[in-house]
Design a protein around this ligand. Structure first.
Ligand SMILES: NC(=O)c1ccc[n+]([C@@H]2O[C@H](COP(=O)([O-])OP(=O)(O)OC[C@H]3O[C@@H](n4cnc5c(N)ncnc54)[C@H](OP(=O)(O)O)[C@@H]3O)[C@@H](O)[C@H]2O)c1
Length: 248
């Protein structure tokens, strides 16, 4: 099929584009500069070049996002611009990459992702919303950033079920080949952990001697993550474990 991947230059996109090509699809990879093989330009913040990028696509995997910049402009208004750029006489299957817990975790970025889901659900187009847990590589980076010399402070009691980005891409390849679900599907990693356990395993490999200090986080965010708001309730599971990621 003709597949457009938005966010093709991102952490997930770089894994997904080659996997889709290996599965036999014609793949275009959208980013602001149109970088890389099969690259096309498109800017969700302005709408520029979106109609050209999306033209002829049978499936759009919408993986572009701006978590550190302006997700309300790029993820929410940008998803609306993407919907408006679609040719309604030949509507593609729109697959949105979302995050497990966007409906429960009180973070501004998660609220924006949830709002982007609503834009697609209201669009009248055939859609599948794929909520995924944190990628191993992302957790790896977060823990490296959290480390303060010999100490690694982490939130007490938070639950997580990270997944390998290659497993997430493989799942999306299956979603591309399937009929639109019309709603939410979830994907998590093979094992649930406490964040403190993830950190202890990380420290043993990446920062031997560093001590994990679990600290209570008050408020609604802390409560939601202790209650498992970021852990998938159902759906598919990736195969690669956190330990395999760390030793891989
Ligand atoms: N990271 C995680 O652990 C995780 C877990 C679950 C779900 N997700 C979701 O998975 C998706 C991909 O995440 P990721 O970690 O791969 O993201 P990423 O590495 O931050 O990549 C973001 C992508 O979005 C593109 N982008 C940013 N602003 C844009 C704009 N204005 N117009 C067009 N493209 C724009 C970037 O392209 P250029 O900068 O090259 O233009 C890049 O390709 C996101 O929707 C995220 O919410 C992530």
């Amino acid at each position: 099929m003709e597949v457009l991947v938005t966010g093709g230059t991102g952490r997930l996109g770089q894994e997904l584009v080659p996997q889709l090509r290996d599965a036999g699809h014609q793949v275009r990879s959208m980013s602001r500069r149109g970088a890389g093989p099969g690259g096309v330009r498109g800017d969700l913040a302005t709408g520029r070049d979106l109609a050209h990028a999306v033209a002829g696509a049978e499936v759009v995997v919408h993986a572009a996002s701006d978590p550190r910049g302006n997700p309300w402009e790029v993820d929410v208004a940008g998803t609306r611009r993407l919907v408006e750029a679609v040719d309604r006489s030949r509507p593609p299957h729109l697959v949105l990459v979302s995050i497990v817990g966007v409906d429960r975790v009180p973070l501004s970025y998660y609220r924006a992702k949830y709002a982007a889901e609503q834009v697609l659900l209201a669009s009248g187009l055939p859609v599948t919303l794929v909520r995924i847990t944190q990628f191993h590589g992302f957790v790896d980076e977060l823990l490296a950033t959290a480390r303060r010399g010999p100490l690694l402070p982490v939130p007490m009691g938070w639950r997580a079920q990270p997944v390998d980005v290659a497993d997430a891409a493989a799942h999306l390849v299956e979603v591309v080949a399937a009929a639109p679900s019309g709603g939410v599907v979830e994907l998590g990693g093979p094992e649930e952990h406490s964040v403190a356990d993830l950190a202890r395993a990380w420290a043993a490999v990446r920062a031997p001697g560093a001590r994990v200090i679990a600290t209570p986080v008050p408020g609604r965010l802390g409560a939601a993550l202790r209650e498992g708001a970021a852990v998938p309730a159902r759906g598919a599971r990736g195969r690669r474990t956190w330990a395999e990621h760390l030793h891989g």
